[in-house]
Design a binder for this molecule. Structure first.
Ligand code: MN
Ligand code: MN
Length: 474
C-alpha cells in the first residue's frame, strides 16, 4: 500500500465531502435499501390521495396494535393515533422519559400537487361532441407535464344523506383511463413561440371523459347525458352530487424501478409520501425510544398548510394536549413547556441536482441524488424570506447523532439563491418555540407526474428518522 501524501491526509481530515450511499454502504445495507424501497413502493402505489394515505397508515398502525386516542387510554398498547376528517393523522408512541421532558416529532405531508375536478365538472363540447370534465389544479404544477399521459380518478362523493361513495377509476385491471389531449406539433406554430408558463392555460386541462351520445334525438348534450347515466348506474350519483365531492386526477401508472441498476424509484407523489412513509416506519420500528415520539402526517402543505387539515390547524396541538392529559398532567399548565422542549424534523423532499438543469443549483451547497438524507438549514426564497432557519446548536447535535450511527446524510439547499425557492411545514412548527429543521429525501423532477428518488436516500431517510426517535434527547 502506498503511503498517502501529506496534502491528501490533510484534505481528508479538514474537508467536508458528501458521501455516495452506493460507495460507502455495506452489501447488507444495500440489500436493506432495495427491500425497503419495495415496501415503500407498495405504499405509494395504493396511497394515491391524502385520504387513501390516511386509510393505509391506519391499517398499518392496526397491525402494530396501535389504538385510536380516546378518553380510555388505560389499555395496553404500543401507541395511539388520531385521524382528522379522514385527511390527516397524528401518531404517538411513549418514550422512556416522561412527556414533560418534551418529544421527538417528525412532521411530513401526504397531499400532492395534482388536478382536481371542479364542482360542476361534466360538460359536452358542442363542436367536437366530446364529453369532458372541467378541472382546477391543486398546488404547483407545470401544466404541460400533465398533457398526453394516462390519468386516473380518485376521491369521494358525499350524498345529501351523508353516504360516502368512494371513486377509483383508472388503475385496476380492465379500468379505462382519462387524459388531457395535447396539441399535435404540426399545428403548434402559435404555441411553439409562447412562454412555457403560458403554453398550457388552466382551462386547457379538460379531461377527456366520453364520446358516445345517449340515443335520443329530442335532446341536446347527449354525450354528457350518457356519461351522467353511466356514473348513475355505476355509483348512483347525479350531477348535483359532484358539488359535495372531492375527486382528484392523478397519473394512472404505478411506481417503477429506474435505471439499468434499478437503483432509483420513479413514481407520482413522492413529495412527500416518501418522508411520510419513512417517518411512519421509523416510529414503528424504533426500539425503546428516548423521548416520546410523534409523527404527524398533514394535508394541505402544497397550498400553504391552510385549512383545518393542514399543519397550521390546532388539531396537532389538541392531540398533544390530550396525550399530556392522559399522562396525568394539566395540559393548560404544561403544553407550552412541552412544546418548547420538543425537537422536530420537518420531513420534506428537497431538490437534488438535475444533470440536465445544473444551472439552477449552486453545486457546492445542493444535495446530490444518492448521497443520503438531506438536512436543510433554511428554505424560503430570496433573502431567506418565509423560512425557518434552524439553529447551529440543533444541527450540531443531529450531526453528531447521524455520524455516530453511520447515517448517510448531506447538507443542501433548494436551488440558487435568487432562482426561486420553496417552503415547508418547518416554519409553522417553529411557531411552537420547538427546535425545527428540514430533514428529508432529495429527489429529481419534483412536482412532476414521475418524480425520481434514490433507494439509498429513501433508506437513509428511514435510518435517520429511526436513529432520531431512538436516541435524540436520550
Ligand atoms: Mn413537500
Ligand atoms: Mn411540494
Amino acid at each position: 500500500m502506498t503511503k498517502s501524501s501529506k496534502g491528501k491526509e490533510l484534505q481528508d481530515k479538514l474537508s467536508y465531502k458528501k458521501k455516495n450511499f452506493w460507495k460507502i454502504s455495506s452489501e447488507k445495507e444495500r440489500e436493506h435499501a432495495f427491500v425497503f424501497a419495495d415496501e415503500y413502493c407498495t405504499f405509494i402505489d395504493e396511497a394515491r390521495t391524502e385520504r387513501l394515505s390516511v386509510e393505509l397508515t391506519e391499517q398499518i398502525l392496526k397491525t402494530y396494535n396501535f389504538l385510536p386516542l380516546t378518553s380510555d387510554s388505560s389499555k395496553k398498547t404500543p401507541g395511539f393515533y388520531r385521524i382528522n376528517r379522514d385527511k390527516n393523522i397524528a401518531i404517538f408512541r411513549a418514550g422512556k422519559k416522561d412527556i414533560s421532558e418534551g418529544c421527538n416529532f417528525i412532521v411530513a405531508h401526504i397531499d400532492v400537487p395534482r388536478v382536481d375536478l371542479k364542482q360542476v365538472p361534466l360538460s359536452e363540447d358542442g363542436t367536437t361532441q366530446l364529453g369532458i370534465m372541467l378541472t382546477h389544479y391543486y398546488g404547483g404544477i407545470r401544466k404541460y407535464q400533465w398533457m398526453a399521459i394516462p390519468l386516473a380518478l380518485y376521491g369521494v362523493v358525499i350524498k345529501e344523506d351523508g353516504t360516502r361513495i368512494d371513486i377509483s377509476i383508472g388503475e385496476k385491471d380492465g379500468d379505462p383511463v382519462f387524459t388531457f389531449a395535447d396539441l399535435l406539433p404540426h399545428l403548434a406554430k402559435d404555441y411553439r413561440d409562447k412562454k412555457m408558463s403560458e403554453a398550457i392555460d388552466a382551462d386547457k386541462l379538460q379531461l377527456l371523459f366520453g364520446s358516445i351520445p345517449f340515443p335520443d334525438d329530442e335532446i341536446k348534450d347527449n354525450v354528457k347525458l350518457n356519461c351522467l347515466n353511466i356514473l348513475h348506474e355505476k355509483y348512483g350519483i347525479t350531477e348535483e352530487d359532484f358539488i359535495s365531492a372531492e375527486i382528484e386526477i392523478v397519473p394512472a401508472f404505478s411506481s417503477k424501478d429506474v435505471g439499468i441498476d434499478a437503483s432509483m424509484v420513479g413514481a407520482y407523489g413522492q413529495d412527500d409520501r416518501v418522508c411520510s412513509y419513512t417517518a411512519l416506519r421509523a416510529l414503528l420500528d424504533s426500539k425503546d425510544p428516548a423521548l416520546s415520539s410523534i409523527v404527524f402526517l398533514a394535508d394541505k402543505e402544497e397550498v400553504g398548510s391552510e385549512g383545518n387539515t393542514g399543519a397550521r390547524s390546532d388539531f396537532i396541538l389538541d392531540f398533544i394536549a390530550d396525550i399530556i392529559e392522559f399522562q396525568g398532567y394539566d395540559s393548560s399548565k404544561i403544553l407550552r413547556k412541552v412544546l418548547a422542549k420538543t425537537n422536530i424534523l420537518s420531513g420534506d423532499v428537497t431538490a437534488a441536482i438535475n444533470p440536465s438543469f445544473k444551472e439552477v443549483h449552486e453545486k457546492q451547497n445542493a444535495p446530490l441524488l444518492g448521497s443520503g438524507v438531506c438536512l436543510t438549514k433554511f428554505t424560503g426564497s430570496r433573502g431567506k424570506s418565509g423560512s425557518n432557519d434552524a439553529h447551529p446548536e440543533f444541527i450540531a447535535k443531529l450531526r453528531k447523532l447521524f455520524n455516530s450511527h453511520h447515517v448517510n446524510w448531506q447538507v443542501g439547499e433548494l436551488g440558487k439563491v435568487d432562482v426561486g425557492g420553496g417552503g415547508t411545514i418547518a416554519k409553522f412548527m417553529a411557531e411552537y418555540n420547538a427546535e425545527v429543521i428540514d430533514c428529508g429525501t432529495p429527489i429529481l423532477a419534483m412536482h412532476s407526474p414521475f418524480e425520481i428518488s434514490s433507494k439509498g436516500d429513501i433508506y437513509s431517510t428511514y435510518k435517520a428518522y429511526k436513529i432520531f426517535f431512538n436516541h435524540y434527547g436520550g
